[in-house]
Design a protein. Structure first.
Length: 146
């Protein structure tokens, strides 16, 4: 066993799938991140930290993408303090398409959205559209319920 501050983890546990944690890089509190890690630990699942850039909706340049990737990797390092083996991924395309494709490619066991500041209505609409396209549970983790 390796020891980490505040947590003891087995060296390499076999995983039971992957949890896709979808982030907008603005609404992720330590509570929502810790909840996602606890979920993964309970299910012995890997975590992929995903941010989607919809180039059809947003102006995007290589410099902007590097900034987003830097923020995504910084968030992954925060998660690595809670749990190891976090994979940060920057995906491109419509949110629903990118998440559905990644969920199918990884045979995801769950898709999770962190929500601390996003409009509940907008997030619920996304949740419903994604839920229709993936074969696994889709849920929102809120800091208030984490």
């Amino acid at each position: 066993m390796q020891r980490y501050p505040g947590r003891t983890l087995a060296k390499q546990q076999p995983t039971n799938g992957t949890i896709l944690y979808v982030t907008d890089l603005t609404s992720d509190s330590d509570e929502t991140l810790a909840s996602a890690c606890d979920m993964a630990d309970r299910n012995r699942a890997a975590i992929e930290l995903i941010h989607v850039v919809d180039v059809g909706q947003e102006r995007s340049s290589p410099d902007a993408q590097m900034g987003i990737l830097y923020r995504l990797e910084t968030l992954a390092r925060r998660l690595n303090n809670l749990r190891r083996n976090i994979v940060p991924l920057l995906l491109f395309g419509a949110l629903e398409d990118a998440i559905a494709k990644r969920a199918c490619d990884t045979k995801a066991s769950m898709v999770v959205f962190g929500n601390d500041s996003s409009s509940p209505t907008v997030l619920q609409e996304r949740l419903v559209r994604i839920r229709r396209r993936v074969p696994c549970p889709v849920m929102i983790i809120s800091a208030r319920t984490a």
